[in-house]
Design a protein around this ligand. Sequence first.
Ligand code: ZN
Length: 338
Amino acid sequence: MFETTLAGSLPKPSWLAAPNVLWAPWTLTGEPLGEAKDDATLLSIRRQEEAGIDIVGDGEQARQHFVHGFLAEISGVDFERKQRIGIRNNRYEADCPTVVAELARRSFVHEREARVARAATARKLKFTLPGPMTLIDTLADAHYGDRVKMAFAFAELLNAEARDLEALGVDVIQFDEPAFNVYMRETVEWGIAALERAAQGLKCETAVHICYGYGIEANIKWKETLGESWRQYADTFPALDRSRIGQVSLECHNSRVPMELIALLRTKTVLVGAIDVASDRVETPAEVAAVLKETTRYVEPERIQASTNCGMAPMTLATAYGKLRALAEGAALARRSM
Ligand code: ZN
């Protein structure tokens, strides 16, 4: 009951990348960078263990960005040919690389950090990948001429990557799909099918992280337009509940998502976000426990994991790991009071 985990990213040490920013440039190059990534991955896992996290991750220490980390070893994407396109349904514009040919995976993209992470811990290990819909939303297309076709092409590559991760001993593979909150109709029409294609044949746990996004001004402004109560999940949860994905990760603490919506996830493990990643204030264990207790009104405690609302990459190390400690202590408190 109330196993603890995290959504994905954690801050990087300043000897690896510039601190407190998204898209932080690396401090080193070449093999020294590779070694620093290995060390940061190992250190991150040790700190998660010390904080009391049950299902640990690599903290995404070896990638600059959750989408572009995967694209690094994908051929067919021209990073030099950038097009300014509106992404997340034109919420903001970004200079996006262009798909110019058939997509293919050159090698096992995340092999090195996954091996390091697996060797570093005896605990359950989670590994995150971007979801197909979020991937195509971050790219311009000059080859497929069909967004759905391109998403399924990515889903196949993600599936190959996920199978390699599983073979290496990863226990949970989580796909990050913030686009599911933006394109609600498309999510139900083909987004979940593409996600299932990415997870096809996996015997390990599978998860999807849905998200309203953090960190940038455009996201904060967009959230203001959503009103007092965020009911987007009312459409997607029933469809997700029918899917073969085992776990759903979402934000709860300090968010405007009505908690009762999680009752729509009748068969899934629910990763309840009990840590606010938009604030540097470290939660008290009692606050975390209160969020978890509240969720048990809608979902049996056996199906609940305690998690963070989203990734914590832009925070300071002390804040992020302080929040993980509060998460573990809060989950323990909630367990004792059941
Ligand atoms: Zn998120």
